[in-house]
Design a protein around this ligand. Structure first.
Ligand code: B16
Ligand code: MG
Length: 217
């Protein structure tokens, strides 16, 4: 019996990965090296500071803490320039209809994202009010694959983890949902997300009743 849904943000509700990539590449270029789209795949669902560590490793750079904080801020400022231009056109296919369907079935809705810009992003695309609880990078101390973000989401909604379904596009996010004792639905491809209970290419045409049947077969 599904009583709550917890959605990741980037890659599930909106595709902000492309803007994270542009900002990280600009930062890498400013430091004198390049950062490829393939490298960017490793950053899915990874927190800002952990992403910076990965990028500095790619560029072979070792920097002090103060400099790293400055660079993370610079990247975020560049990222926010893109975020500022976002509109509801950028909501991924099927998301709005699926959220309508979930709400119509009296199933609760939370967000579970690593992003510290999650509330701002939801506001930009006009979806903030749809989420009863928002757990983001400002409220967590441990990153996915740690289950903290989803457990806080379930607790905020007052629903047992076993009655929650997580929608995630990152392999580490699926690990986090599974270790929280929740159903995990991978948004993307089987190769990366095959350990989820179910993998879907998008939320287009997805409906709660059919989904529940698929999950509790
Ligand atoms: P910020 P998610 C993640 O969002 C992104 O996938 C990841 O690329 C980003 O580094 C992270 O948020 C932190 O974002 O810099 O905005 O705090 O997939 O967990 O919704
Ligand atoms: Mg994601």
């Amino acid at each position: 019996m599904i009583k709550a849904t917890i959605f990741d943000l980037d890659g599930v509700i909106v595709d902000t990965a492309k803007y994270h990539y542009l900002a990280w590449r600009k930062l890498a270029n400013s430091l004198g090296f390049d950062f490829s789209k393939a490298d960017n795949e490793q950053l899915k669902g990874v927190s800002r500071m952990e992403s910076l560590e990965l990028i500095l490793k790619i560029g072979g750079q070792t920097l002090g803490e103060t400099r790293k904080q400055e660079l993370a801020k610079q990247k975020n400022d560049w990222y926010l320039e893109h975020l500022d231009k976002m509109t509801d056109d950028e909501i991924l296919p099927g998301v709005v209809d699926f959220l309508d369907d979930v709400a119509a079935q009296s199933i609760k809705i939370a967000l579970g994202s690593a992003s510290k810009n999650a509330e701002l992003t939801l506001k930009k695309v006009g979806l903030l009010e749809r989420f009863e609880v928002v757990i983001d990078g400002t409220k967590t101390t441990r990153s996915k694959p740690d289950p903290q973000v989803f457990l806080l989401g379930a607790a905020g909604l007052g629903v047992e983890p076993a009655h929650c379904v997580v929608f995630e596009d990152a392999a580490k996010g699926i690990d986090a949902a599974l270790s929280a004792g929740m159903y995990a639905i991978g948004m993307g491809n089987e190769t990366e997300l095959g350990h989820a209970h179910l993998v879907l290419p998008s939320l287009e045409g997805v409906r709660c009743t059919a989904l529940q049947k698929q999950l509790v077969r």
